[in-house]
Write a protein that binds this ligand. Sequence first.
Ligand SMILES: [Zn+2]
Length: 296
Amino acid sequence: MARTIGITTAEDIATGLVERHELVGNLRIYKRESDTEPLLSMPPAGIAERFAEEIRSVAAGDPVDAIGIGLPGIINCGFIEESPNLRQLKGAHMQSLLAEALKKCGITAPVFVYNDADVLAAGLAATHGHLDRFIRVWTLGTGIGFGVYPRREGVWEGGHMVVSLDPRENYCGCGGAGHLEGIMGQRAMRLRFLDMEPDEVFENAKGRDQRCVEFVKLWHRALAAATANSIHLAGPGKFFISGLNAKHLDLDLLHQYLHEMVKMSPLQSYVFEVVPSSDEMGVIGAAVSAGQSAAE
Ligand SMILES: [Zn+2]
């Protein structure tokens, strides 16, 4: 029976031991010290050492078969090609940095690095009995993540899909114009509404503040557009939605807009499911993915 360890960095650094798609014992959480994410101030080698410490604690001296880590960005074979929300990681070969840091702790199990939205998709698939089908997940947080399970060849940066041709739509963390994240991302919403927090924007839309009402429509249309694009490329199916701003979703409105955008009947069997953000899901997904990668 495989003993694998998963780590995610969605909120804090969460690490857990996983057997048979289930967490064994409690998650170990490395808390951020203040509002600023601790990872943001660390160089890649420092981050690798932090992870190695967490892994050593969770392994507790027993052997493990594989270790999986979810990080934000475009990740190719352990190399971080781009990470708009954790910029210092760009160009770092996290997989080898981690293997080195782990070796110093006496751990030689294979380590794999994945996109954090992909590990969430793997966790959702593993815990919802969907390991046999293609599923997608949107994560509505600081940035917009898009995860797929099973992982497919390609880049899959769905959060940066172009959903607007308006050249003034330029709030995306990557600098690109018209991107989904530039409308839906927490950071982008703060830049757009300098005078109110995103939660207040949604609250004020209920009070008929016209600027907020229009924005909330745009926010839903943007997610519908990106989902429609994905459906037109990869087919219909299950879309999970998670992340801190999933609480603001009006599923009826999202369905209404998507229905306007997807008209071909074989493509209309799509399903949305909003799932609470949990570190546990990402940790399980990272561990399950590592187990699969080690077995390949
Ligand atoms: Zn972008």
